[in-house]
Design a binder for this molecule. Structure first.
Ligand code: NAP
Length: 293
């Protein structure tokens, strides 16, 4: 494919995400075939895409194959269907199904065994973000293969970021960001529950969003430096003092008869670091106990 010319491609999977990806590629002028296990969903994608009922016919002659299904098992079952792997030989497969680094490694193994160029990707966006400035997609694998398709891939996310040649690196970064997202979200939802239980309108808490996000941002920067230097000493606030603060959160939750699971789990982790002799160090010292089982 000459740079800038429309790609002949196929999107396998027309769920919420696959449909948004297919429409974004088509809107950027690419020739997009769509296949989905439930054919009606492929037909419903529209936006100039072409729905196929037969997977082999959908992939034949397509130089770029994008997969977005529920999991890797489903994905590689589809790609191993009769004739499909052979049709993909010499083409590029971009795996946009979410998975673990181990999934990515088995994906690469499959691709190498079948003579297929492989990029393992992780999308950090809701379907409504696709093709907007809010969408980020991380890619791992061969830099040359990524560069070859970058212009096409930018149709789904301007922020299309190459992470590393290590095939599991996009999934690793995705898991890391998602852990911070889910953990942070659970924390603020529990915080809102505490406010409600104590008769304080959760609005008062959400109005302080920038206070806790700012604190998190400063702590993340400090943690990065401390982890790099393997030095967690400081003069701001000891882990002992943080543990006392978390004990207040557990106490509030119990007194107000709401779930104390989350603050107890926090307390457990922070106390473990104190028990390991890190009580006089700064908060990021917990990292030391997290790198052990
Ligand atoms: P979804 O709406 O539930 O769609 C799932 C898709 O997978 C459907 O096309 C479904 O086909 C297909 N599928 C599932 N099992 C299959 C099988 N055994 N054989 C063939 N096809 C199968 O999910 P989604 O939100 O589009 O998510 C797709 C991928 O994107 C997931 O890996 C997800 O983690 C990732 N992702 C999603 C979001 C998001 O916000 N939605 C964000 C980031 C990443 P049928 O229609 O026939 O059931």
């Amino acid at each position: 494919m000459a740079p800038g010319s429309p790609a002949k491609m196929v999107v396998i999977g027309a769920g919420l995400m696959g449909s948004a990806l297919a429409r974004a590629f088509a809107a950027a002028g690419h020739d997009v075939a769509v296949w989905n296990r439930t054919p009606g969903k492929a037909k419903a994608v529209g936006g100039g895409t072409t729905a196929f009922e037969n997977l082999l016919e959908a992939v034949q002659g397509r130089e770029l194959v994008v997969v977005s299904v529920s999991n890797y098992v489903a994905s590689f079952e589809l790609l191993s269907a009769k004739g499909v792997a052979a049709a993909l030989a010499g083409k590029t497969l971009v795996q946009l199904t979410s998975g673990s680094p181990a999934d990515a490694r088995s994906g690469l193994e499959w691709a190498m065994a079948n003579g297929v160029d492989y990029l393992d990707a992780a999308i950090l966006a809701y379907p409504s973000f696709v093709a907007t400035d809010y969408a980020t997609v991380f890619y791992a694998g061969s830099r040359a293969v990524f560069d070859r398709h970058l212009e096409t891939l930018r149709a789904i996310a301007k922020n299309s970021t190459y992470v590393d040649e290590k095939i599991g690196s996009a999934a690793t970064l995705d898991c890391a960001i998602l852990e911070a997202y889910y953990g942070g979200s659970l924390a603020f939802l529990h915080a809102a529950a505490m406010c409600k239980a104590e008769g304080l309108d959760p609005k008062a808490f959400f109005a302080q969003k920038n206070s806790f996000l700012g604190l998190l941002s400063v702590t993340a920067d400090a943690a990065q430096g401390m982890i790099e230097n393997n030095d967690f000493t400081g003069d701001q606030c000891s882990l002992n003092t943080h543990v006392a603060a978390i004990e207040h959160i557990v106490r509030l939750s119990k007194d107000a008869r709401i779930s104390a699971r989350f603050p107890k789990e926090l307390l457990d982790n922070y106390k473990r670091a104190v028990s390991a002799g890190l009580g006089t160090q700064e908060l990021p010292a917990v990292f030391r106990t997290l790198t052990q089982d």
